[in-house]
Structures are given as structure tokens and as C-alpha cells.
Design a protein around this ligand. Sequence first.
Ligand code: FUB
Length: 365
Amino acid sequence: MKSKIECTFLLTSFLAFMAGCQNSSPSTADRQHADQADSAKYLSQPLVRNMYTADPSAHVFDGRIYVYPSHDVDAGTPQNAEGDHFAMRDYHVFSMDSVNGKVTDHGVALTVEDVPWAERQLWAPDAAYKNGTYYLYFPAKGRDGIFRIGVASSKTPSGPFKAESKPIEGSYSIDPAVFTDDDGSSYMYFGGLSGGQLQRWKDGKYDAKAPDADPEDKNAPALAPKIARMSTDMLRFDGPVQDVQIIDKEGKAILASDHDRRFFEAAWLHKYDGKYYFTYSTGDTHFLAYATGDSPTGPFTYQGTFMNPVKGWTSHHSIVESKGKWYLFYHDTQLSGKTWLRNMKVTELKHKADGSIQLIEPMEK
Ligand code: FUB
């Protein structure tokens, strides 16, 4: 019997094949799709319309909001469970004065050709600042088809960024998110199931024959996202890669079979009112979920869903404070209707007085 993921991929692979072309900006057909779509039913509208953008990681640097998204393209690669149809080859950086302000595209900040060790698939990036330098963290597949995480640096938040010659030693899988705490310590959270290959890593070794995503024993604990402390120069891991523990309110691990609550991909960390909020996507159930803890390294106690499914398969986000309000940057497929051609969006995120996050409905019901 095929899993829901496989069925989704099979169903859409035919559509992907039919739609295959080399364009990286919305085609006439896509624009027509957007025109026909009832944009009123979406909570927010795309921040950028002349290209496809996804996985937006937002930060405030020098009082301005900078967004580091994936740059989705239609490379004509047939859809498969490895996620090869997410065939991105460069990054653009965007910025704005405030959430409703004009969005500036700063152009190409890094291309796959600029990264000596990478061959393809520049997936969800993140950025950080320390000691006068901006760092761009990004996953990419090497020539061996294995995802690693790289780092590139720049003296300006908009780049261009210069990549290190090798991936970060000890890194693997996808979706890096770097959080710097008030004491100056920085941590990278990372990992993603299925095409993100997290399930293939055990004790620092890669096993290409591992299950598709979750462990086969459904009573086993869910696979954990990873955390590593960053070195002071922000270019290396300063210590071992460890599990991020996500537990329920009874202190038990969330199970692999609990697809509504288990971690799938897209980790993020923000600190609010002294608490650490670890947020993530549940993947095949398409929720954005959160868990809270008293330390950046966890454990984190699962609290609930804070965003219901968007249009499109993937759900990926970041959370940032700007001018006294908190915002959720996310994406959906409003402009294209295609899983792998997404558009980034933003909406306000509200923490309630009890510390919970108000549920966000991305679509009118
Ligand atoms: O953009 C490629 C992948 O899709 C990301 O790395 C995942 O988080 C999902 O959004």
C-alpha cells in the first residue's frame, strides 16, 4: 500500500511532467491561474509576484526586515519522493522597512555554482549576524546526492555571500535555522524527513536504505530534529549534534505514528517572555506546531498547532519581532497551484497572555 506522501507525489508527478519548462518566473498560464483564484479567500497576499519564493526566514537587521527565502524554479524535473522537483539554484535576499512596506529585491545573493561542494537543490536557508558579519546557512546536495549544510558570509545583510569551500563538518539533512540567545550563544536547529534525508542518518552514518520517512515501528519515538551549538566564528559546530527532544505534557516522547504532532521539517526558534518556542512543520499533515521550553536546547513540551494547512503540500515558516509586533512569514501556492512553485507571505502572530499562540487560519473556511 502506498503512503499518502507517495500518492501525493505520484498524482502530481504527471502534472509536473506536463508542466515542465525552464522558466523561473511565473508563466502566463500561472498568472491566469492567479487571476482566476479568488485571492479574497487567502489570509495574506504574496510578497513577491515576479518570481517564486518559499521557506522565508525573516530577521531584523539594523531596524530593517530582511527575508531569506528559497527561490523556487520550474526545472522540469519529474516529481519524486526525493524532492528532486524542488530544483532551486540560487538565492535572492529581500528587505522591507516594515511589514506593509515596499519589498526590495536585492538580487542574487548566492548561486549553486558559487558553492564548491554543492551540485543542486539549494533548499530552505537561514541567516544570522555576529561581530560585523552576516552568515547565510543553506542546505544543498553534493555530487553524492547527500544533503549537507553550508555557510557563506558577507559584510552586508543583502549579500552577495561568499561560500566556504566545504559544508559544515558534521552537518546533514536540511532546513537550518540559527538562533542567537541573549547571552550571545548561537545554535543551529536542522533536519527534515523524507526528501530531507533525516531518517537516513544514525550515529553520524548515512544509510540510503532507511525507511522513506518515519521509523517502521509506529510505537517508536518520532525522529528528533537536531541541534548543534555554533562556534564563535559561526562557521562550525562547536560540539556534538544532539537531538531536540519534543515531549507531551506527561513528559513522554511524541510517537512516530503521531503525524499530527511529530516533527517533520522546517524548525525555527524564537524567544518570547523568557520562554523558548520551538516551531516546526508536521509535513504530511501540513500543520505548523509549537513546543515550549526553558532552554534553547530543550526539552520542548508540545503545545499545539498554531497554523492550519496552507494551500500546497509544504508548510515552512519563520517568526520575527518588528516594531513591537510579532510576525509569521510563511508560504503557499496561491500564484501557481503547484507544490514546488511557492510564494512567500506574512501575517501577524499573536502570543496570548497565557503564553499560547493564537491559531492562524491561512484560508477562509
Ligand atoms: O523548499 C524545499 C523544502 O520544502 C524545504 O527545505 C522544506 O522545509 C519544504 O518547505
